[in-house]
Design a protein around this ligand. Structure first.
Ligand SMILES: *Cc1c(COP(=O)(O)O)cnc(C)c1O
Length: 392
């Protein structure tokens, strides 16, 4: 049998070993060391933003963004239902209340429903929005699978109702607008805060890690301060705030500097493979490859096959298991967050598209180390299995 084609694996073709060895040789393995500063500077350069702060994970990047935005116990934060749960958990860390707003066909927050919720379910008074007496302070918009959300509309609504915007760009490093008001802007650099992840399955990895940027560079400084135990004086242990141990380590950053060097090439390959899949599935009647938003250049992080549920009735588990047997790694889009035990009591607003897509979307192999032959075999095997299932 031919080799297994995994869904997504990291790629270390560049200077990873060299830089990690260098960090080891220097003895700088923890939260001090030159690679962290280098990664922060190069990331800021890449994103055309003033500053970034490197942290332990995308989750901690999101958490510190909420902390800095002043989200407190009892506040409301508007969040998506169809994404990875780490986008929403930090709201709970702050003892705030999430309210789930539906997505549009990009899987990202639907601005029409966001507007509907703010207009119809809330009261705007004294320059603040209230939902059942609770202050709606922020929203978390996720650029799902690297697909940019409709930021023009979302930012307008947020400005009108004084909501802080936290962009979860953990899946969207390198995605940018090519048209409209935000032309040239990268995911994460439009809202008040942008969070990135360098987990093993993301477009670049530091093993585990993340970064934050903010429109106001002073916010980045504060987040960096919070991430290093809010230490005001390096020698005498003076602390003016409750801090966190969220700083990235130099070992992680050494990996990150090497990965960032390769990012343009990774993005080129991801786009090329996406176009190959588009062609291979073009006339397939049981599923189609979902597009990325027009007027954007996506990082094409994950590819989404939209399965026709009027013809293929097997569960996602059955489809994924059969593909696994035939050597192809795939996964289902997430189960809805509002259905998970910690979130079952929370308010949802007009969820229609999220449950619809939760049943239909299969992610297919997307590693940057794939070959054209791998893409062909993955597509053929997926088509074969879905065709057999449809005929059952
Ligand atoms: C990966 C991911 C995160 C969390 O990033 P970690 O680095 O794993 O903590 C948050 N939100 C979304 C949408 C993600 O995909």
């Amino acid at each position: 049998m031919s080799k297994f084609i995994p869904l997504s694996v990291p790629n270390f073709e560049g200077n990873e070993r060299k830089y990690v060895d260098d960090a080891l040789d220097q003895g700088w393995v923890s939260t001090g060391g030159a690679y962290i500063n280098t990664l922060e500077e190069r990331l800021a350069e890449f994103l055309h933003t003033e500053k970034t702060a490197c942290v332990q994970s995308g989750t901690s990047a999101l958490h510190l963004s909420l902390v800095d935005a002043g989200v407190q116990p009892g506040d409301v934060v508007l969040v998506p239902p169809l994404t990875f749960i780490a986008a929403v958990n930090p709201v709970k860390y702050q003892f705030a209340t999430p309210v789930f707003i539906d997505c549009d066909d990009s899987f990202c927050m639907d601005p029409e429903k966001l507007k509907g919720f703010c207009e119809q379910e809330c009261i705007f008074t004294d320059d603040a929005l209230y939902f059942k007496g609770q202050h709606v302070k922020a929203l978390v918009v996720v650029h799902v699978f690297g697909n940019l959300a409709d930021m023009e509309k979302i930012m307008d609504i947020a400005a009108k109702y004084k909501l802080k915007v936290i962009e979860d760009a953990t899946e969207a490093l390198g995605s940018k607008f090519t048209e409209g008001k935000y032309k040239g802007k990268y995911a994460g650099t439009i809202g008040d805060y942008g969070a990135y992840s360098f987990n093993g399955n993301k477009v670049i990895t530091t093993g585990g890690g993340g970064a934050v940027t903010a429109r106001d560079a002073a916010r980045v400084d504060h987040i960096k301060y919070l991430s290093t135990q809010a230490k005001d004086d390096p020698h005498y242990y003076i602390h003016h705030e409750v801090g966190y141990n969220y700083r990235m380590t130099n070992l992680q950053a050494a990996l990150g500097v090497a990965q960032l060097e390769e990012l343009p090439e990774f993005l080129r390959r991801k786009k090329k493979f996406y176009e190959e899949y588009l062609a291979l599935f073009r006339n397939f009647e049981l599923g189609s490859i979902m597009p990325f938003r027009e007027g954007t250049d996506s990082n094409h992080w994950f590819y989404s096959l939209n399965i026709d549920r009027t013809k293929v009735h097997q569960t996602m588990r059955e489809i994924i298991t059969e593909l696994e047997k035939r050597g192809i790694g795939t996964r289902a889009i997430w189960d809805l967050i509002n259905k998970q035990i910690p979130y079952q009591g929370e308010v949802t607003y007009r969820l229609e598209k999220a449950p619809f897509y939760a049943e239909r979307i299969l992610n297919i192999p997307c590693s940057t180390s794939l070959t054209d032959e791998d893409i062909k075999r993955a597509a053929e095997t997926i088509k074969e299995v879905l065709t057999e299932f449809a005929n059952k």
